[in-house]
Design a binder for this molecule. Structure first.
Ligand SMILES: NC(=O)c1ccc[n+]([C@@H]2O[C@H](COP(=O)([O-])OP(=O)(O)OC[C@H]3O[C@@H](n4cnc5c(N)ncnc54)[C@H](OP(=O)(O)O)[C@@H]3O)[C@@H](O)[C@H]2O)c1
Length: 309
């Protein structure tokens, strides 16, 4: 039996390495992934027992959820654990965040319809809005959970104060925020709270959009969202590449790929036992499964910690 972990206080079991499907749908953020390739990426996860899929209304928009839903039809529904997110509202030309109970409940219904499924395993509030009390927003999702439409509740991109308010009644199972070796702020503010409150912390951009996978060099150029990321610019990019070279030495000692050493390192963090790296090729997904099996020594964990602190 492969290692599985539970999501927060729920009874939902997932393989520790899931799949982030932000790129699935070939939308404008990642223009070079067509829809069939995207579906092949999702199938690859399920075919290899990586049962946890992470999508969102805004990926596409809608298209990632729809394609994930099409793939789900090819499998027994219980083979997949599907997380999705809502909060973005299109108002004319603008996109605003809306956490009102009515809007969130409608978002759950819309996601169910788009994925053509009876239930969603994990539904996140994707981003906080400025107005809605966060415990009321989560209360709406609790109602959806009581009705069997969702199985667990998550929040994403919440500050610690917003998280505390959201979890006033203890209903939040999962927190998803940006976290990786180059962005470690969550360690100091969110991790102690998630650990104390039996929540799972899931980091997004775990590979810093590929930078921590150890395959780029100073000559690599990007035609997608990465072209605008500060960690991919000028001196910062060069410094980051140098650090990744140090990681390569460690990975070589283990006979593993840099990406998998990075993903395995995250499991040494408190309350972090699930990762959702994105992928654009089925082979990357299959390869990433390896990260769930690597055991790093205490010495290696400290060495990587110091290299990126
Ligand atoms: N909650 C939120 O607000 C939020 C925000 C952003 C993302 N997310 C979630 O987090 C997920 C992960 O983020 P992400 O996909 O943007 O970034 P990521 O996981 O940091 O990086 C994914 C990229 O790393 C490269 N890669 C993956 N596996 C590899 C391997 N085995 N070998 C070599 N390269 C590999 C691929 O880049 P190449 O293109 O170079 O192949 C892939 O596209 C998203 O899909 C989404 O589900 C959530």
């Amino acid at each position: 039996m492969e290692r599985h972990v539970k999501l927060g206080k729920s009874d939902i079991d997932v393989y520790p390495v899931g799949l982030g499907t932000n790129a699935v749908g070939g939308h404008n953020i990642y223009p070079d992934l067509d829809e069939e390739q995207g579906k092949a990426v999702v199938r690859s996860a399920l075919d290899h027992g990586m049962n946890f899929l992470d999508t969102a209304f805004i990926y596409g928009p809608k298209r990632s959820e729809e394609l994930v839903g099409e793939v789900l039809k090819e499998y027994n529904r219980t083979q997949a654990v599907v997380a999705t997110k809502g909060a973005h509202e299109f108002v004319g030309e603008d996109v605003v965040m809306n956490n009102s109970p009515t809007f969130l409940k409608q978002q759950v219904e819309d996601s169910l319809r788009r994925m053509d499924t009876d239930y969603i395993d994990l539904f996140y509030i994707h981003y906080p809005d400025e107005d809605t009390p966060k415990d009321e927003a989560v209360g709406a999702l609790k109602e959806m959970r009581d009705q069997g439409k969702i199985r667990s509740i998550g929040v994403s991109n919440f500050s610690l104060d917003q998280l505390k308010e959201a979890n006033k009644d203890g209903y939040v199972d999962v927190v998803q925020s940006q976290y990786n070796l180059l962005h470690r702020e969550a360690e100091w503010n969110v991790f102690p709270y998630t650990q104390e409150n039996d929540m799972t912390f899931i980091p997004y951009f775990p590979l810093e959009s590929g930078l921590l996978a150890g395959k780029y060099d100073e000559t690599t150029t990007f035609n997608d969202i990465r072209a605008q990321k500060p960690s991919f610019q000028g001196e910062a990019f060069k410094e980051n590449l140098q650090k990744v070279e140090r990681l390569r030495e460690i990975a070589n000692d283990y006979g593993e790929d840099v990406a998998h050493i990075v993903l395995a390192w995250y499991f040494s963090r408190p309350s972090l036992d699930v990762v959702i790296p994105g992928a654009k090729k089925p082979q990357q997904v299959e390869d990433n499964k390896r990260a769930g099996e690597i055991k790093l020594s205490r010495e290696t964990i400290v060495k990587i910690d110091q290299l990126f602190c």
